[in-house]
Design a protein around this ligand. Structure first.
Ligand code: AMP
Length: 544
C-alpha cells in the first residue's frame, strides 16, 4: 500500500523560491573582477536568476542542454546555478585551471551549447574556440563597461543579456531525477569523466550537508566557500546555504590570497568556511606573520585531502576554531563523512580529541560505506583492517556521463568503488590510508599520473616511467617522476623536465626526477604504485 503523501518533486527551483520568500534580505557579498565589494540580497539574487532564465529560454535551448561556466566564486555564478538548473538546463562547471586540451575535450564531450565565462578566461576560450565549434555563443560575466574586446562568436555581456528581461518567471515543474549539473573529474584514470547530478540528488545532499552533525548550517551562519563553484558545486554550499538562508561571502578570484580571506572573514563576520588544506595553510601563514587572530569563525570544514594534525591544532589553539574534516568525492556530490564528535567523546582530553579529529569523520545519513578485501569480503569496522572503500546512496553517482555501463566504476551489487583505501573504527570514523586509483592530488586538484607517464616515456632515452605522489607541506602531494633509462642511454633530470614542459599543464610537471634500475610490477604487469609509494614515502622533494 502506498502512503498518501504528496509526491512533490525535489527541484532546486524550490530552494530558490523558499529562499526568496523566507530570507529575501539575507546578504550575499562578492569580490568580482569588476567590483571589489559587491553586496546584495538573496531576494535580488533570485530576481536576477529569473531574468537570466528568461534570457536563456530565448537562446532556443532544449530541456537538458548543457551550459558551461568558467568562473570563480561570485554572485553571477550563483545566479547562473539557479537560472540554468531551475529552467531545466544543466549547469556544466569547468575548472579553468585545466590544460586547454582537456577543456576542449570536456566542452565537446558535454556538448555544451553556450559558455558563461569570467572576463579573465576570455583569452583562454579564444584560443580553443576553433576546437569547440558546437558552442553557439559566449556570455561574459560582466557588464558592457568591463566587456573585453573579443573574437568569441556571439559574445555578449551578462548584464546586457539580462537587462531587458522580465523578472517574472514560472520555474518549470519536471521529474526530480532530471539532471541539474555536470562536473568532470580527473580523479580517475583515462579522460576526465562527467558526473551528472540530478535535482533530487542535490536537494537531498543539501538537506544532508546542513544537518547538525554535518556542516550544521543554519540561518544564523555566514558561510565563506573557498572551495570553487567549479569543483563539485562548491561542495553543495550554494544549495545548502540558500535552503537555510545563510549569508554567503564569495572571494571571487582571490581564493588563494590569505590576506583577502582574513579581511573578508573579519569584515563579514564569517562563522563557517570550507576549503582544501592548501588554502588554509596560506591563511594560517598570513595570520601568523601579520599577528592576526580570527574572532568570528567558529568552524571550518576542510576536506579534499588529508588534514594535517598541525593545522587542526593551529586553528584550535590560536584561533579557537574547530576543524571539521570531511571526506567525499566529485562522484558523491561530494559529502560522505564529516568529523563531528559523538556524545561519548565530549569529555576526552584535548589530545585524545585531536586523535579523533585527524580522521576523515563519520558517515552522514544518506551515504552507506563498506570496506572490502581483495576477494570482496566485507571487513570489520575495528579501526585496524584497511580495505577498498565502497559507498552507495541517493547522492552517489550511478555511472558516468556517456559511459553508462562501461566505466567499471561500480560493483556487481551496485556500490561505487571510491578508489580510496580506508579503515573504519568502531565509532564509525573513517581513516583514509591509501589510494588504489592512479592519480595525485595536489592543492586539492588532480594530476593524472598516467598522462604524465605517457609523455615521459615518449622521451627516446626512457624505458619506463612512473609518477607517484610524495608528501609536500604546502600542496599535500606533489608528483615525483621515477625513471628507468634505456640501456646505454643517458638523460638528465633537467632534460626530462624540459621534455615535459608545454606538453602538460605547468602545475603537473613533477617536482623531481629519480632514476632507478627497476620499477616493481604486479603479476599482470601493472606498475605497483602502492609499493613504489612505500619505497619513496620518506623522499624529500627539493620544493618541500
Ligand atoms: P574529488 O573528487 O576531487 O573531490 O576528490 C575526491 C578524493 O579526494 C577522494 O577519493 C580522496 O582520495 C581524496 N580525499 C577527499 N577528502 C579526503 C580526506 N579527508 N582525507 C584524505 N583524502 C581525501
Amino acid at each position: 500500500m502506498h502512503g498518501l503523501m504528496m509526491d512533490t518533486p525535489l527541484l532546486i527551483s524550490w530552494i530558490a523560491r523558499h529562499a526568496e520568500r523566507n530570507f529575501p534580505n539575507r546578504e550575499i557579498v562578492s569580490i568580482t573582477m569588476d567590483n571589489p565589494s559587491h553586496r546584495y540580497t538573496i531576494g535580488e539574487c533570485i530576481q536576477r536568476a529569473r531574468k537570466l532564465a528568461n534570457a536563456l529560454d530565448r537562446l532556443g535551448l532544449s530541456r537538458g542542454d548543457r551550459i558551461a561556466t568558467l568562473a570563480w566564486n561570485d554572485y553571477r555564478h550563483l545566479e547562473a546555478y539557479y537560472a540554468i538548473g531551475g529552467a531545466g538546463y544543466v549547469c556544466h562547471t569547468i575548472n579553468p585551471r585545466l590544460f586547454p586540451e582537456q577543456i576542449v575535450f570536456i566542452v565537446n564531450h558535454a556538448e555544451d551549447k553556450w559558455v558563461m565565462t569570467d572576463p579573465l578566461f576570455v583569452p583562454l576560450l579564444e584560443k580553443i574556440a576553433g576546437s569547440t565549434p558546437n558552442v553557439a555563443g559566449y556570455i561574459v560575466m560582466t557588464d558592457d563597461a568591463h566587456m573585453p574586446k573579443t573574437t568569441l562568436r556571439n559574445a555578449i555581456s551578462y548584464e546586457a543579456l539580462i537587462a531587458d528581461e522580465s523578472d517574472s518567471y514560472d520555474w518549470p515543474d519536471f521529474d526530480e531525477r532530471e539532471a541539474v549539473a555536470l562536473c568532470y573529474t580527473s580523479g580517475t584514470t583515462g579522460n576526465p569523466k562527467g558526473v551528472l547530478y540530478s535535482h533530487r540528488s542535490q536537494v537531498l545532499h543539501a538537506y544532508g550537508s546542513a544537518m547538525a552533525d554535518a556542516l550544521g548550517l543554519s540561518n544564523r551562519d555566514t558561510m565563506l566557500p573557498v572551495v570553487p563553484l567549479f569543483h563539485v558545486n562548491a561542495w553543495g554550499v550554494p544549495y545548502a546555504a540558500l535552503m537555510v538562508g545563510a549569508k554567503l561571502v564569495f572571494p571571487g578570484p582571490k581564493m588563494g590570497d590569505g590576506e583577502t580571506l582574513y579581511r573578508l572573514m573579519e569584515a563579514e563576520k564569517v562563522t563557517i568556511a570550507a576549503g582544501v588544506p592548501t588554502v588554509w595553510l596560506g591563511l594560517l601563514q598570513y595570520m601568523d606573520k601579520a599577528g592576526k587572530r580570527l574572532t568570528t569563525v567558529e568552524r571550518t570544514v576542510i576536506g579534499g585531502a588529508a588534514v594535517p594534525e598541525s593545522m587542526i591544532r593551529a586553528f584550535r589553539d590560536k584561533h579557537d576554531v574547530v576543524v571539521m574534516q570531511g571526506w567525499g568525492m566529485t562522484e558523491m556530490s561530494p559529502l560522505g563523512t564529516v568529523n563531528s564528535l559523538k556524545a561519548s567523546q565530549l569529555d576526552l582530553s584535548p589530545d585524545e580529541i585531536i586523535k579523533i579529529r585527524v580522521k576523515a569523520g563519520r558517515g552522514i545519513f544518506g551515504v552507506e560505506m563498506r570496506i572490502v578485501d581483495d576477494e570482496q569480503n566485507e571487513l570489520p569496522w575495528d579501526g585496524d583492517k584497511a580495505g577498498a572503500l565502497q559507498v552507495r546512496g541517493p547522492w552517489v553517482c550511478s555511472d558516468y556521463f556517456k559511459l553508462e555501463g562501461s566505466a567499471g566504476s561500480h560493483t556487481g551489487d551496485g556500490w561505487f568503488e571510491t578508489g580510496d583505501v580506508a579503515k573504519i573504527d568502531p565509532d564509525g570514523f573513517l581513516q583514509i590510508t591509501d589510494r588504489t586509483k592512479d592519480v595525485i592530488k595536489s592543492g586539492g586538484e588532480w594530476i593524472s599520473s598516467i598522462d604524465v607517464e605517457n609523455v615521459a616515456v615518449g622521451h627516446p632515452a626512457v624505458a619506463e616511467a612512473a609518477v607517484i605522489g610524495v608528501a609536500h607541506p604546502k600542496w599535500t602531494e606533489r608528483p615525483l617522476l621515477v625513471i628507468v633509462r634505456k640501456e646505454g642511454e643517458d638523460v638528465s633530470r633537467d632534460e626530462l623536465l624540459a621534455w615535459l614542459d608545454g606538453k602538460i599543464a605547468s602545475w603537473w610537471i613533477p617536482d623531481d626526477v629519480v632514476f632507478v634500475d627497476d620499477i616493481p610490477h604486479t603479476a599482470t604487469g601493472k606498475i605497483k604504485k602502492i609499493e613504489l609509494r612505500k619505497q619513496f614515502a620518506d623522499y624529500r622533494l627539493p620544493t618541500a
